[in-house]
Write a protein that binds this ligand. Structure first.
Ligand SMILES: NC(=O)C1=CN([C@@H]2O[C@H](COP(=O)(O)OP(=O)(O)OC[C@H]3O[C@@H](n4cnc5c(N)ncnc54)[C@H](O)[C@@H]3O)[C@@H](O)[C@H]2O)C=CC1
Ligand SMILES: N[C@@H](CC=O)C(=O)O
Length: 513
């Protein structure tokens, strides 16, 4: 029988009466006495479920009748309670019942489970495919929405919380708002941005933000706090939750665990989590598995380039990756591509990269080599290597004296780097250019690989030497491909390409939700 729009029934304010006993198997007349007692008390009975294994009965009644139902059963079964045959009679209040007809109950149950909804009661009339499920009232609207979108093929609503609305986050929100109608039409997915946060405050809009989102964030009064986000998602019973971390924050990643435990899938352009000590890295993966949640971070390396997925697939399919090297930083690509060819000062070009939105919030993260080192470590861990950040040999381009000053002071003293880099440029062999490279090598079948991050001088005619703009290049050497690496090249930084990559991760999660 086909599902039909008229067949969803929704009743709030119900209670489950639980009747539990030690061993009723083979006992005749118990059920009859239960129903007779309830009938004499003029209590109307709804969904009934019999738990053969635990030897119990669950009966749905209106919540106004719940106390009376428990009392009349306690009276009826006084002797059995005394002998211990009936162990417990009690009620679970604040539940709702949803009745529907579905062709594929398993699909619905798995969608509900993915959203942390586990029915308290379920009964099914197999010939009619009619199902009644009982859930706690704090999840009833969410349950109804999920069932409706499954059986009536209504657009599936995916609720997005965007954390960080700087270069990448702001562009992402604009891209989502711009494409949401098209995605609804083509994919039957309704993307709603319901929360936007920065380091100070968080704004919510249950209906979904529109183009005035930044005014709403400006006017928001709630302080930026993940508990606010979790409470908001619960109070509003939001299904299909994704949190998107577009910060570079060391603090925000500490919330991933709690978010996964509270029903959120995760997407991140922030690289910090994947470079934490391996124990913490593994702990989140364990929590994700346990809670049936996913974490995607394609933009962690190579911005919008399809790098992590490619490496994951190669590795998963058994291909032996023997080395990965290249220019991993869009910022340092831009800086050295331009500095090598132009007569401008090093500081001028670094400032340009900053203005173009290629750098990390603090550009010293790029110039110190930390950002490239993180990317290298993320790739190493995709290959199941257990390297730590401290294993990486990093050539830091920031002078010691500027490492611990404020970002503003660093930027105002940037010209102090000019003389040094001018010298390095001039000391190269003829027709050579500077490139800042990452190299993962060694025996990658062992527990750990060798990770080097350094500034080198290469012939201008080489593959690295011909790099342009802010392009990154990744050479992936594998056993099957021999000496000719798989090469992935393209914009390695920039708000638009990165936001597009984050958007891709959101869609990937939404489609499998
Ligand atoms: N710019 C690029 O080309 C690429 C950037 N990324 C990554 O994207 C992330 C964001 O970069 P941008 O947008 O350029 O940075 P940004 O500095 O422009 O924006 C960062 C945003 O995060 C917010 N924020 C910081 N700490 C927070 C916290 N604890 N809680 C809530 N919000 C917080 C800030 O208020 C700001 O809105 C970084 O992790 C970066 O590594 C990744 C690939 C490419
Ligand atoms: N600052 C980074 C941004 C992308 O990860 C870079 O320049 O590559």
């Amino acid at each position: 029988m086909k599902a039909n729009a008229n067949e969803i029934k929704f009743f709030k304010n119900r209670s489950i009466i639980k009747f539990e006993g030690a061993d009723f198997l083979g006992e005749i007349g118990i059920d009859g006495r239960v129903f007779k007692a309830l009938t004499l008390a003029r209590i109307s009975v709804g969904v009934i479920s019999q738990q053969a294994v635990e030897n119990g009965l669950s009966i749905l009644v209106h919540e106004d009748d719940s106390e009376k139902a428990v009392t009349c059963l306690i009276e009826e079964f006084a002797p059995e309670r005394k002998s211990g045959k009936v162990s417990q009679i009690y009620s679970i209040n604040n539940v709702s019942v949803i009745g529907f007809v579905a062709d594929d109950l398993n699909k619905i149950l798995s969608e509900l489970a993915r959203n942390n909804v586990f029915p308290l009661l379920l009964n099914q009339n197999s010939s009619e495919k009619r199902i009644n499920i009982v859930v706690t009232s704090s999840q009833d609207e969410k349950t109804k929405n999920i069932i409706e979108s499954e059986i009536f093929k209504k657009p599936k609503t995916v609720h997005l919380a965007i954390i960080g609305h700087g270069n990448v986050g702001k562009t992402l929100i604009e891209q989502v708002l711009h494409s949401s109608e098209e995605i609804k039409r083509r994919k039957n997915i309704h993307l709603k941005v319901v929360a936007v946060a920065n380091s100070r405050k968080i704004a919510f809009n249950k209906k979904g933000f529109d183009n005035t989102w930044s005014d709403e964030v400006f006017a928001a009064e709630k302080s930026s706090n993940v508990d606010e986000l979790i409470n908001f998602s619960k109070e509003n019973q939001l299904e299909n939750l994704i949190v998107v971390d577009n910060t570079a924050s060391v603090d925000f990643v500490k919330n991933y665990q709690a978010l996964a435990e509270n029903g959120f899938d995760l997407v991140s352009s922030n690289k910090i989590f994947n470079t934490l000590p391996i124990e913490e890295y593994r702990k989140l993966r364990y929590t994700l598995n346990k809670n049936n949640k996913r974490y995607l971070y394609e933009t962690n390396v190579g911005a919008g380039l399809p790098l992590i997925d490619t490496i994951k697939l190669l590795h998963l399919s058994g291909e032996n990756i023997t080395r990965i090297k290249g220019v991993f930083s869009g910022t340092l690509s831009y800086v050295f591509n331009n500095f090598s060819l132009r007569d401008d000062k090093f500081s001028t070009i670094v400032n340009e990269a900053l203005e173009k939105g290629f750098t990390e919030p603090d550009p010293r993260e790029d110039l110190s080599g930390n950002d490239v080192a993180r990317k290298l470590l993320i790739l190493a861990r995709e290959l199941d290597l257990i390297n730590e950040f401290s294993d990486i040999n990093i050539q830091n381009l920031v002078p010691e004296a500027l490492l611990s000053v404020s970002k503003q002071e660093f930027l105002s003293r940037l010209e102090e780097l000019d003389e040094e880099y001018d010298k390095i440029k001039k000391n190269q062999e003829p027709n050579h250019v500077l490139r800042y490279v990452g190299d993962l090598h060694g025996d990658l079948q062992k527990e750990k690989g060798e990770l080097d991050v350094k500034l080198i001088s290469v012939p201008a005619t080489s593959a690295l030497g011909q790099l342009k703009g802010s392009d990154s290049i990744f050479e992936i050497y594998t056993e099957s491909y021999g000496e000719n690496p798989i090469v992935i090249m393209g914009a390695g930084a920039g708000a638009k390409v990165t936001a597009r990559g984050v958007f891709g991760d959101i869609l990937r999660l939404s489609e499998t939700k």
